[in-house]
Write a protein that binds this ligand. Sequence first.
Ligand SMILES: C[N+](C)(C)CCCC[C@H](N)C(=O)O
Ligand SMILES: O=C(O)CCC(=O)C(=O)O
Length: 465
Amino acid sequence: MPLLSTLSHVLKLSCNAKLPSHITSVPPFITFIPTRVQSYASSAHGKNPSSSPPRGPIDVSELPTSNANEREVSIQWDGVTRSKYHHVWLRDHCRCPECFHSITKQRLINTFEIPPDLEPISTRPTPDGLEVVWPASIGRPHVSTYPWSWLRGITYSPSINRESAEKVLWGSKIAKDPPFVLYDEVVSSEYGVYKWLSKIDTLGFCFVSGLPPTPEATERLASRIGFIRETHYGKFWDFTSDLARSDMAYSNIALPAHTDTTYFTDPCGMQLFHLLEHTGGTGGVSLLVDGFYVASILRDLHPDAYRLLSTIPIPSHAAGESGIMYRAAHTPLEHEHDDGATGNGNGRNLRAVRWNNDDRSALRSVPYADVPRLYEAMRVWDQLVTSQDSEYWVQLSPGSVLSIDNHRVLHGRSSFSGTRRMCGAYIGVDEFRSRLAVLSERFAFPPVSDAMAEHGERSVWSPDL
Ligand SMILES: C[N+](C)(C)CCCC[C@H](N)C(=O)O
Ligand SMILES: O=C(O)CCC(=O)C(=O)O
């Protein structure tokens, strides 16, 4: 299902807001977009088309104009849009074979030999880009040419909103049409993996259906993303309620909505769950909650609670085994290098949700005055997480894998009786993002870069470098 129709469909599903008074009825094809749906920039991949540079060669008659002063080069893109680039920045970003390794994509130039007061001998707009001639530093002048599309896409003055693929937030109504892909397509084609990972990147989870109900098929699926992340639970896990590991996941009690491995400084990025068997009992229903959706509600309705959960690190531990003592502290709401959440509480660059109240350690370093307010903030957060509007309960079954973005979607389960066997694996967030970024170079639209579109190879001017 194309993203747009997914978007409108999911928005319809998650829309609980009342219609504005002037709208008395909405034809089925029109989607009322609740104010709460925000796009969260993720550092995963791709670029929002609106921030993408102009594609392809520029018509010579429409070349941008440029001029240089003692500090920077200004480029006038059109009548109203202008960008400025410091000379030292331009020289440092030369990507000719002398300054940048075309195969390893690593810098060769020594940044710190560039004179801080460097000025170009000349700058000239050309059909291939901005040509800059630098004074001789090693015997002869150095000529750099910067493609227009690269300069436009990387402009930092003015900076552009580099939102990547938007996140589509959801509530309980996602149950009507949850995202899924087919196992055969994922194991047989790169495009199938791209579809799968794109859905996880956009929605935070995705089912993969049509698997053989075996650990082997599940492990094969996990390896389509990258290497499995081994932890103190082992590499590929196959578990039941026998307390084989000293963690309540290895029991039959209910687990409230949480994210895993909050006790790691780098919590696992993805996890796969495959229910292989449940006999002789009931329960064990799985729970999913979109942490980004809940955070958007918290930010709009309880900004003080949002700010507290964005600024106070909460400690967690894993200490069930005598030879294990993992400890780490994270703010439950973690942002891109954005001080918005700590400053004016806008927090529009939410990067991750870290929440596991059962694994939380003693609160030992919260300022006295903040303790009551922090408990109130956690209570409000918990009320939103456990609300009917947020909770998506789903009964897993053999042959279908649940894959989750553990930096966004909380998961849990109801208690159960009988014999229940679950297998799965963790994947590192960087493995997930790298795999999706590489697939996006081939399959994303619009193409990530002209070189990829034209030659199918990664250019030194790739906007992701
Ligand atoms: C997934 N697997 C059963 C292997 C481990 C579960 C770990 C659960 C732990 N309390 C946490 O939240 O990280
Ligand atoms: O048993 C389940 O369905 C989920 C267990 C769980 O929450 C976990 O392993 O983190």
